[in-house]
Write a protein that binds this ligand. Structure first.
Ligand code: AMP
Length: 289
């Protein structure tokens, strides 16, 4: 592996357009460097930094994209309120020696007349796909665009958004996009809450209750070692979350780790997935069994 373009910990190269991005990458390619992309919506935290660390092990040059993708937000969702602390984000990227940041404007990504949507069927039919109509089309469209804009050797996604990870693997395979997709485990706060850019919007009392999501996933997953009646365990999990103070549970389900079909058998590789609301904020999490 060659030394980083950013070996000194100075600010990453900043690309504000696809043209800038391609110029930077073309130069790296000339130097024979391999390139990895870490797509994010910014408001960077330790979860994002974990993806960066994995990518830096895999490739010579790492780019982090920061783009709050309007197409993946529903009409009632928090697009306008989504945090955009760009200076802090760039400082964090400098501190871990990321080589470049790609920070495009929405008008450049979706100019007037933009008409293409990438839609992955099957995997999007349930869980967050069912509860957030259009969300995964927005994700699939932006990720396809970012991969074609950067043409990286590798890209990485977090298991925090496990359904998204599988959808991206599917579209990369279906569309023959020549990129290696890596994943990284969920980074958590010390009390177990999965780190998320949206956690900052939890009130102090909701923040204290929020770790119950992971605790419940863990405790029900533990019970599933001996009890294979997954549907009744799921009902118990939902009850436990409501008792803990969550006001609504979108889903709490054992599903196959590859197809995401509802888990039926004890010999299947599975994960337990949950999405639940606390103080009007929707949290998601999952654990492997
Ligand atoms: P986001 O900025 O929320 O769109 O997330 C960008 C990438 O970071 C996605 O691949 C997420 O799955 C991943 N990610 C977000 N939170 C975490 C976390 N707590 N642990 C690991 N990866 C995460």
């Amino acid at each position: 592996m060659s030394t980083s373009a950013n070996g000194t910990g100075t600010a990453p190269l900043l690309a504000r357009s696809v043209r800038d991005l391609r110029e930077i990458i073309a130069q790296w390619r000339k130097d024979g460097a391999s390139v990895g992309l870490v797509p994010t919506m910014g408001a960077l935290h330790q979860g994002h930094m974990a993806l960066v660390r994995v990518m830096q092990e895999k490739v010579d040059r790492t780019i982090v994209s920061i783009f709050v993708n309007p197409k993946q937000f529903g009409v009632d969702e928090d697009l306008d309120d989504y945090p955009r602390p760009l200076e802090d984000d760039l400082a964090q990227l400098a501190s871990v020696k990321v080589d470049a940041a790609f920070v495009p404007e929405a008008e450049m990504i979706y100019p007037a007349g933009f008409s293409t949507i990438v839609s992955v069927s099957g995997l999007t039919n349930f869980m967050c796909g069912k509860e957030r109509p259009g969300h995964f089309e927005g994700v699939a469209t932006i990720v396809t665009k970012l991969l074609l804009q950067a043409l990286p050797d590798a890209a990485i996604f977090g298991e925090k958004d496990y359904q998204q990870l599988l959808i991206i693997r599917q579209l990369v395979s279906d569309l023959d996009i020549p990129v290696e997709i890596y994943s990284a485990p969920i980074e958590r706060e010390s009390d177990g809450l999965a780190i998320s850019s949206r956690n900052r919007y939890l009130s102090a009392s909701d923040r204290r209750l929020a770790p119950a999501l992971y605790a419940t996933l863990q405790s029900i997953a533990k019970d599933a070692v001996e009890n294979f009646n997954y549907r009744s365990l799921e009902s118990r999990g939902i009850e436990a979350l409501l008792e803990a103070g969550f006001e609504d549970v979108d889903y709490f389900e054992f599903r196959d780790a590859e197809t995401l079909e509802l888990a039926l058998r004890s010999d299947q590789a599975k994960r337990l997935f949950a999405a639940a609301f606390i103080g009007g904020k929707r949290l998601i999490d999952n654990v492997a069994l």
